[in-house]
Ligand binder design. Structure first.
Ligand SMILES: [Fe+2]
Ligand SMILES: [Fe+2]
Length: 471
């Protein structure tokens, strides 16, 4: 069954109509979700927003677009189609049929993986709660809300799994997902980057580029899971995630484009007084978001992750395209490490180095963004370039957590770091400056001065379309 049933109170393609107990459990979680959305979701009052809603899980026409009051958005449960012949692609159960139920021996680990993924989804909605007040255009405002409703739906996706497969404990975890809050003193979100603020739109574009992209890679590993319902859930989430990546990629494109324009027109690097964001400030924001996102991949080595892989719970990025035995019991990998106190690498078992493998896939993907932003600079005739900082820069997790390094990868004493960090990470002054540019532009077809308009609108609509009706 691929087409969701919209006659149900909770739209779904998992046959909720036939499972009264599960349906009742989820329907009793639904009002809690809605009150969370009201108190922690987008703060800007709107009448309606031009949003896409999934109507299928396959092919081109999987979503429909229309103006909807956000409160009435049809958050639902959509899994990619089941492949009845699917077999486990890696680990010690390689070749066995994929699991339709949770094996008792892996219950705790699977639940933990789902909770950690689930926790990030509402966290980003909370982080972005106040951005509507300063949107640079109605187009951007609509994209923010689209990302928000879909992160809300991703929470539904994980809560469905908890309710359907993890009994009473799963239901308790589903409640907790609404009680923890981003940045809260008493009950913060699980992962560090999801407790950082997203106070301005440059941060939002960087977040959707770098941090949502971490999400893409995590989902990619869970899509390989032997637990088939988790795999199918993640497969469909990845389809939605592509739009979030687009918002980040083109968002940074447009900031760089505008900055380049103002630099050329005025023949200066110092564009702050002209209402654009200087390239060095863009670089500092990039440094920050990239380095905190690298931390999300965990330590360079992990026996937990090795065990998840061997058990079949979590695979590698594009597992089935890898040309090896998919068990990795006799392979090795070089991972980043402190070697005699210096930044270096060391060889470990491939299984324990899986976090490094995933982080490297992610880094390669991130360098694609830098390439396109540099092309914008080159095409404008500017010699300056953006770059990804060294993997040891500003790390709080893993081998380099205890040291300080420059973006070039040079080790620094605590004193040198303290003296120079303001050259590399946003300072209070930089943040205040960026915030000072953030004034809302809610007029159709208009845009703030610090960012270029997009090349294309949404769903073939023009840029000056009425994407959002404010209340
Ligand atoms: Fe998500
Ligand atoms: Fe996302």
């Amino acid at each position: 069954m691929s087409r969701p049933d919209y006659a149900e109170k909770i739209p779904n393609n998992v046959g909720l109509a036939e499972d009264r107990r599960l349906r009742r459990a989820l329907e009793s979680w639904q009002p809690d979700f809605l009150s969370w959305w009201e108190t922690m979701g987008p703060a800007l009052p709107t009448q309606d927003v031009y949003l896409r809603t999934a109507i299928d899980v396959r092919g081109e026409g999987w979503a429909q677009f229309g103006h909807v009051p956000m409160r009435d958005y049809r958050w639902g449960i959509f899994l990619a189609d089941r492949n009845p012949d699917r077999r486990i692609a890696f680990g010690q159960h390689k070749g066995d049929p994929a699991w339709q139920k949770v094996p008792g021996e892996y219950r705790a680990e699977l639940q933990r993986l789902i909770v950690i993924q689930g926790d990030t989804e509402p966290a980003s909605v909370e982080q972005q709660r106040n951005l509507g007040a300063t949107a640079p255009s109605l187009y951007d405002l609509r994209n923010l809300f689209q990302v928000n409703v879909e992160e809300g739906r991703h929470l539904w996706a994980m809560v469905y799994l908890l309710h359907a497969y993890f009994g009473r404990e799963g239901r308790a975890e589903a409640e907790e997902l609404l009680h923890r809050n981003s940045g809260s003193q008493d009950s913060p979100r699980i992962l560090g980057a999801f407790n950082e603020e997203t106070p301005d739109w440059l941060s939002f574009y960087m977040f959707t580029y770098f941090t949502d992209r971490d999400g893409k890679y995590q989902l990619g590993t869970l899509k390989e899971s032997a637990f088939d319902p988790l795999s199918r859930t993640c497969e469909f989430m990845l389809k939605e995630e592509a739009h979030h990546m687009m918002v980040g990629t083109t968002g940074v494109d447009r900031v760089v484009e505008r900055t380049a324009q103002v630099m050329i027109e005025n023949d200066t690097d110092d564009v702050a007084a002209l209402g654009a964001i200087p390239l060095n400030v863009i670089q500092k924001y990039l440094n920050f978001h990239y380095s905190v996102s690298l931390d999300l991949f965990g330590g360079e080595t992990s026996t937990n992750v090795a065990n998840y892989y061997t058990a079949g719970l979590k695979g590698r990025w594009l597992e089935e395209r890898r040309k090896d035995d998919h068990q990795l019991t006799s392979d090795s990998i070089m991972v980043d490490a402190l070697v005699d106190g210096a930044i270096g690498q060391t060889e470990v078992m491939a299984l324990t180095g899986l976090n490094t493998d995933l982080r490297r896939e992610y880094i390669a993907d991130c360098s694609g963004g830098v390439k396109r932003w540099n092309k914008i600079l080159a095409d404008a005739g500017l010699p300056q370039r953006l770059y990804l900082p060294h993997v040891a820069f500003n790390r709080k997790v893993g081998a380099f957590a205890g040291i300080e390094a420059s973006p070039g990868g040079e080790m620094l004493s605590a004193g040198e770091w303290a003296a120079r960090r303001g050259q590399w990470l946003p300072t209070g002054t930089d943040k205040t400056f960026v915030r000072s540019l953030m004034r809302p532009v809610y007029e159709r077809g208009k845009i703030a001065a610090w960012v270029a308009p997009p090349r294309n609108g949404i769903n073939s609509q023009p840029f000056d379309y009425d994407y959002v009706h404010l209340a």
